[in-house]
Design a protein around this ligand. Structure first.
Ligand SMILES: *Cc1c(COP(=O)(O)O)cnc(C)c1O
Length: 232
């Protein structure tokens, strides 16, 4: 199926999930996850007006940013090493994967060099999977307090990757828990942050994530087709 058709179908499925749950489709961002995909695939969506793309690997992200139109909003969604922040700090639109105070402080330092404020999300390992990146819900509260003190880093929300499951609704409790955590954190909030932007839902479960309050679904396979090789 052509990419544009898969993209439209994905948009429709998001809109239907919004309808089912009484949400406004305008409140859900479709982040097209373009990792391992060629520039031409990205440009097909770009020419159709799409601007938000997600990447996992710093080198690939930097290269695509340099080659492709400047008004693309690039989101870093993969695990980020501190020594690589400098390669994306001048252009990245949002970092979804902040998982330590040290990483937050490095982002602060690099963002300051470019005189910009970088929007970030805290990656939360809701399901408590051992192999996953991300902090526990308790650590998220502490990390938010740290980020609240950093002038060049703006905390906008939370991100999670739910485990791969056959039945998408099996991940409903994960999405619910992230949403509940955001409600709790907004109530606690000592540093004037609001963690309203929830990045959750992938190809296998994005409709359930939308029903549970996702503000940003990160969809790769359903938009671009299968990736040729796994790099995760
Ligand atoms: C690859 C990836 C996605 C997209 O996965 P699909 O199943 O292809 O939709 C979303 N989020 C993260 C963090 C990823 O690494």
């Amino acid at each position: 199926m052509p990419i544009l058709e898969m993209y439209r179908k994905t948009q429709e499925r998001i809109a239907e999930a919004c309808l089912r749950s009484g949400r406004d489709p305008g409140d859900v961002m479709l982040l097209a996850v373009s990792k391992t995909k060629p520039d031409e695939a990205i440009m097909e969506l770009y020419d159709a007006g799409h601007r938000d793309f997600g990447e996992n690997y710093v080198q690939e992200l930097r290269g695509k940013h340099e080659r492709l139109p400047a008004d693309i909003r690039w989101h870093m969604i993969g695990h980020l090493q501190r020594n690589k922040v400098k390669y994306i700090a001048d252009f990245v639109a949002m970092i979804h994967s902040v998982d330590s105070p040290e990483l937050a402080r490095t982002i602060e330092k690099e963002a300051a060099k470019h005189d910009r404020v970088i929007p970030v999300l805290i990656e939360v390992n809701v399901a408590g999977e051992e192999t996953k990146f991300g902090v526990s819900p308790e650590e998220a509260v502490q990390l938010a307090e740290v980020i609240g003190t950093l002038p060049h880093v703006r905390l906008e929300g939370l991100m999670t990757s739910a485990p791969p499951v056959e039945d998408p609704s099996a991940n409903r409790p994960v999405f619910r828990e992230l949403r509940q955590l955001s409600v709790d954190m907004n109530l606690k909030n000592h540093n004037n942050y609001k963690v309203d932007f929830l990045s959750m839902g992938m190809s296998s479960d994005f409709e359930v994530a939308v029903e549970e309050g996702s503000a940003c679904v990160r969809v790769g396979t359903s938009v671009f087709g299968e990736r040729e090789y796994s790099r995760t």
